[in-house]
Design a protein around this ligand. Structure first.
Ligand code: SAH
Ligand code: SF4
Length: 453
């Protein structure tokens, strides 16, 4: 994730460079946490490496959401760490984040190459732990059970020069029955608005073109500070702070239970807020939604989707869906497919249910066989792909604004405000430019366009 090109010109007095690399598993929230850690490491005098192969300090910021991912992470960590240490015996391997918090015993037992093991609540201490491990040539495991009371982070190292993440809440109070996040990240805390104002205005001042506000459930922003509609207040404040500026503001994730019409109305009348809504459905049957403790019904969900579609026809909607939750029958699964057909999602992340120790659903019998879970996932992905393909012809010929955010060789691409990635076969375009684009054709999952001149 570290782009060394943004960090040229090391001060001459730094002779011996100690370099770091942060490898991230999991969601955007975790990517942002890695950016925070990179900032802390740099503050401490370490330098970003060009790649994991060269780093003196190799950090793995882990994810614990699914068991398979957790097992895979441990294997990757051991393999990469071993290779690193064979080349440079002085290198330090750090494991932190959700898996560290949740599975310390397993990591201590299986992660033989780990020098520093930390969790989710002692982020700011990691640079110091690294120094201690290095100087004392000892292994260190250090955790805090509780997060700091106020959610405030010292700063972020931005891996993309024009697009930044800005966490506005941390933790989660929802305790969906399948999910470990509340256990690994603690109770939900909202960043004070004055800090968000400072961070956001300075990002825009530095030239960032796009900022994504992050939280496990951004819609409940401010609830811990006594505000029922704190998120709407925040969006309106953002309008005031940035009024007149050309910048795109996105937000992720919206828990459907807390998603309110007021949010759609604010987005509709704003030139800053992007009309993309990520509303994880998880399941389409009321029985399963209840077992998941999601707090909404299929009908509530679909009403919210139709409100968005009616209010902002160009809005795009994304979702997350789990198949094979305990007790999910064939007909429950077909209800999920029905909701998918009705909601006509534009983006979807789909998962096979994975029992996580410590969660409420872990006590339920994991009664859908793996082969059946895989079959359902296949059918679901097929349905989603068909919807996507059916939508492609209606995009052709549309004129949209695209923010160019990726350039690798001749391959240039960018996103529309409503979060559609468009490939532009025009190598002269620069990252950070907004272009008026005519959408042309779709090939597989890729949409191509050309700049309107
Ligand atoms: N806060 C977000 C999601 C965070 S986790 C929200 O509530 O929408 C990202 C996704 O991982 C979830 O939306 C869910 O679809 C999936 N997920 C979480 N726990 C899971 C589990 N035990 N098994 C399978 N998928 C899971
Ligand atoms: Fe997990 Fe539910 Fe919280 Fe999302 S809202 S992080 S799925 S507990």
């Amino acid at each position: 994730m570290i782009d060394i090109n943004r960090k040229l010109g090391f001060p001459a007095k730094k002779v011996a460079l100690v370099t770091f690399w942060v490898e991230t598993f999991g969601c955007q929230m975790n990517k942002s946490r890695s950016e925070h850690l990179a900032y802390l490491l740099e503050e401490e005098g370490f330098f970003p490496a060009k790649g994991s192969e060269e780093a003196d300090i190799l950090v793995f910021n882990t994810c614990a959401v699914r068991e398979h991912a957790a097992e895979r992470a441990i294997n990757i960590i051991n393999k990469v760490a071993q290779e690193r240490k064979d080349k440079n015996p002085h290198s330090i391997v750090v494991v932190c984040g959700c898996l560290g918090q949740l599975e310390k015993e397993k990591l201590l037992e299986k992660g033989k190459e780990i020098d520093v093991l930390a969790g989710t609540h002692n982020w700011e201490e990691i640079p110091l732990l690294i120094k201690k491990a290095w100087q004392g040539k000892v292994k260190i495991a250090d955790f805090k059970e509780e997060p700091p009371p106020v959610f405030q982070e010292k700063g972020y190292w931005h891996s993309n020069p024009i697009s930044a993440y800005l966490p506005i809440t941390f933790g989660c109070d929802n305790f969906c029955s399948y999910c470990v996040v509340p256990y690994t990240t603690g109770r939900e805390r909202s960043k004070p608005p004055e800090i968000i104002k400072e961070e956001l205005t300075s990002l825009v001042g530095e030239g960032f073109r796009e900022v994504t506000l992050l939280g496990q459930n951004v819609n409940s922003y401010g609830r811990d500070r006594g505000k029922e509609r704190g998120f709407e207040e925040l969006l309106l404040d953002i309008e005031k702070w940035l009024g007149g500026k050309k910048v795109w503001i996105r937000f992720l994730t919206s828990h459907p239970r807390d998603f309110r019409e007021g949010i759609v109305e604010i987005v509709k009348s704003s030139s800053l807020l992007c009309p993309y809504f990520h509303l994880p459905l998880q399941a389409g049957s009321d029985k399963i939604l209840q077992l998941m403790r999601r707090g909404y019904s299929r009908e509530d969900y679909l009403n919210k989707i139709s409100f968005i579609r009616q209010s902002i026809p160009e809005a795009r909607i994304g979702t997350d869906i789990i198949v094979g939750f305990p007790g999910e029958t064939e007909s429950d699964f077909w209800e999920t497919l029905e909701v998918v057909e009705e909601a006509r999602f534009d983006v979807a992340y789909t998962y096979i249910y994975s029992p996580r120790p410590g969660t409420a659903a872990y006590l339920l019998e994991d009664d859908v066989p793996l082969e059946e879970k895989k079959r359902r996932l296949y059918i679901l992905n097929d349905a989603l792909r068909n919807i996507y393909q059916e939508k492609l012809p209606s995009l052709r010929g549309k004129i949209v604004e695209v923010l160019v955010d990726q350039k690798e060789g001749n391959l240039v691409s960018g996103k529309t405000a409503n979060n559609l990635r468009v490939y532009l076969p025009e190598p002269s375009l620069e990252v950070g430019e907004w272009e008026e684009v005519i959408l042309a054709s779709g090939e597989g999952n890729k949409i191509y366009g050309s700049v309107r001149r």
